[in-house]
Design a protein around this ligand. Structure first.
Ligand SMILES: *Cc1c(COP(=O)(O)O)cnc(C)c1O
Length: 419
């Protein structure tokens, strides 16, 4: 009894030792201990939810001599966060190999805009991958244009044309791999090397791979951005984003986020931390099920293409194997049918799949997509597929039993046949 009770000092030093060895540990262990500083958690496992705008100073002396008020992890004012948010951002930093710090944002889109605004100024040129998440594309054509930044799009699969697109005004490159919806894997190390040669900053939307699946900073990216709404939240009940970077770019990210007034609620930060602890288990399970389903779809007579980088033989698989340590449950496939109403019947018949945006939750989702009209600098559908309709569907695979999902998809194909 004596050993266990009243031993908070021992407990503290044990946790500090755990934190110190963080670097040498493996993925799953790191995820369990990341960000759990005893000064933030106290004697419990998770940091309490510190709901706070005002942080009180003990006296005038402390108020007037607070030289550290603008440093991370210091009480100052609610917009700078409190231990709940600090613990989340510290955990994300520990999990992003090579990062010095992580800024939190109220959504993934806010993280993308906040990160871009931290590295761009009027007159600069931004290169964005042509298969980017659509709001990223719209940011380039909308708000960034309004502030004098020129956005150009590049084909993620053509390194030569990518290299040719740089000009002296090119200051930043936005990558995303795999690309949204169409799932192309780009050569991240080669592209970031080209960007660096031209003095441009490389940013990546790393939502699909996450810091666990794609060590983005190790592959040459300067800023790694995630929509925490997806894998980290994991339960379809929170919106948040993050951007992690080494010291130079973290300083810019943080300054810009503060200038823009970005802050996340402590309740959401606590939910995100809770989600984070089970993320490897969920990613492993949904990746495995997604791969089983991708294999099943690949030999289905109604399917023409499976766009799943984890699937041997699928587009991008070799680069995925080279650069990624894991995958997730999100992938797409293309129907042989050119009949849009048949595709709608297919999706309507999937009663285990929700119809809706977002992904990375515990429940499976399905949506149709037709990216051709928004592409400008790369071909969709790929030329070798030939002309005609290529009706596509994106699946986000959750934690259900794979066999039930396959039977549900069978039900979808059966409904497609019925005219
Ligand atoms: C969902 C998503 C985002 C945006 O995240 P929100 O949290 O919904 O704002 C950004 N990038 C990708 C690839 C996404 O799928």
């Amino acid at each position: 009894m004596g050993r266990r009770s009243g031993n908070s000092q021992g407990n503290r030093s044990r946790q500090l030792i755990m934190a110190k060895h963080n670097e040498n540990l493996r993925r799953d262990t790191k995820v369990v201990i990341a960000g759990r500083k005893p000064e933030w958690t106290g004697p419990v496992v998770n940091p309490p939810v510190w709901r706070a705008s005002t942080h009180l100073y003990p006296d005038m002396e402390a108020f007037t001599s607070d030289a550290k008020r603008n440093e991370d992890g210091q009480f100052f004012y609610g917009r700078r966060g409190a231990p709940t948010q600090w613990a989340l951002s510290d955990a994300l930093t520990k999990l992003e190999s090579g990062a010095f710090g992580t800024t939190l944002y109220p959504s993934g889109v806010a993280a993308l805009s906040g990160a871009l605004m931290s590295v761009l100024k009027p007159g600069d040129v931004l290169l964005v991958t042509d298969n980017a998440y659509e709001p990223t594309r719209m940011m380039g054509l909308g708000i960034l244009k309004q502030f004098g930044v020129v956005t150009r799009f590049f084909d993620p699969l053509d390194l030569d044309s990518f290299a040719q697109q740089f000009c002296p005004r090119t200051k930043a490159v936005m990558l995303e791999s795999p690309g949204s919806l169409t799932m192309e894997i780009c050569d991240v190390p080669a592209m970031t090397a080209i960007a660096r040669e031209h003095g441009a900053v490389s940013l990546i939307d790393n939502t699909w791979g996450s810091s666990l699946g794609l060590p983005a900073l190790q592959h040459g990216c300067d800023i790694s951005i995630m929509s925490l709404t997806k894998h980290v939240g994991g339960h379809s009940d929170l919106m948040m984003g993050s951007a992690s970077a080494g010291k130079k770019y973290y300083t810019k990210l943080r300054r810009t986020a503060q200038a823009l007034g970005h802050v996340v609620s402590p309740d959401d930060a606590a939910l995100a931390l809770r989600g984070l602890r089970t993320m490897p288990v969920r990613l492993d399970k949904s990746s495995k099920t997604a791969l089983d389903i991708a294999k099943w779809l690949a030999q289905h007579p109604e399917v023409s293409h499976v766009l799943c980088p984890m699937l041997p033989g699928a587009p991008g698989h070799e680069l995925w194997k080279r650069d990624f340590a894991g995958g997730c449950g999100l992938f797409s496939f293309v129907l042989k049918s050119a009949d849009e109403t048949a595709r709608a019947r297919f999706i309507d018949a999937l009663d285990l799949f929700g119809i809706g945006y977002s992904w990375g939750g515990f429940e499976s989702l399905a949506i149709p997509f037709d990216p051709a009209p928004i592409r400008t600098n790369s071909a969709w559908p790929p030329k070798e597929w030939g002309t005609g309709a290529h009706l596509a569907i994106r699946l986000s695979i959750g934690l259900e039993d794979p066999q039930d999902l396959i039977e549900n998809l069978e039900q979808g194909f059966a409904a497609m046949e019925q005219a």
